[in-house]
Design a binder for this molecule. Structure first.
Ligand SMILES: [Zn+2]
Length: 202
């Protein structure tokens, strides 16, 4: 039963999966028809091998630039800052956001050793600088409320100091620790349309 215990252990590391669900999934895998386990493991290995971070927004993509960054109907002058790739999907699901993204893949956290370099904040600055005189840029912070996201917002405004940017923050009624990816479309749509300006740089 060592291999079963190992499988349950590994599945239990997945987000939102407790030991009970991990056990259920392990038995599902054991009972699955012939090719399923191969297809599942191939899909996991291929995604892991082929996906990389977009050169511009750091979302996952198989090419240098992701489809969102390449989409000419999306404006360069509105950039949503999100913590995780799944937050990109949450914002896109509202169909009320026509800008682009910057995916942090984390938040400033001295305890975990996550600083501005890990969040590619200098690249964000370069990206805004590259827009030059083509007009003001709105940076829309779409972060889940937490102490770390407050610290991150502060770093972002410091990083963009002196550039013609307006920083706004989505306004939604989620409690501290509430997650964007679990919020319903209506809530996120309202949060985007009711966003408040926090700072004008430049
Ligand atoms: Zn991109």
């Amino acid at each position: 039963m060592k291999s079963l215990a190992q499988l349950v252990h590994e599945l239990g590391k997945l987000p939102g999966i407790g030991s009970k669900t991990a056990t259920r999934l392990a038995y599902f895998i054991l009972n699955s028809e012939g090719g399923y386990v191969n297809r599942l493991s191939t899909a996991m290995m291929e995604a892991k091998a082929k996906l990389r971070n977009c050169d511009s927004c750091y979302n996952y993509t198989e090419e240098a630039l992701c489809d969102l960054c390449k989409n000419p109907s999306r404006t360069d002058h509105l950039i949503a800052i999100v913590e995780r790739p799944s937050d990109v999907d949450a914002v896109l699901s509202t169909q009320s956001f026509a800008g682009k993204f910057h995916v942090l893949h984390g938040l400033i956290s001295p305890i975990d050793g996550t600083g501005p370099e890990e969040l590619h904040l200098n690249d964000l600055r370069k990206r805004v600088e590259a827009l030059g005189e083509t007009g003001a840029v709105e940076i829309m912070l779409a972060l889940n409320p937490s102490v770390e996201s407050e610290a991150t917002a502060l770093y972002i405004s410091k990083t963009l100091q002196g550039l013609p940017v307006e920083i706004s923050k989505i306004a939604y009624g989620l409690p501290m620790g509430g997650a964007l990816e679990y919020a319903d479309k209506m809530t996120i749509t309202k949060a985007i349309s009711n966003r408040v300006s926090v700072q004008s740089c430049g």
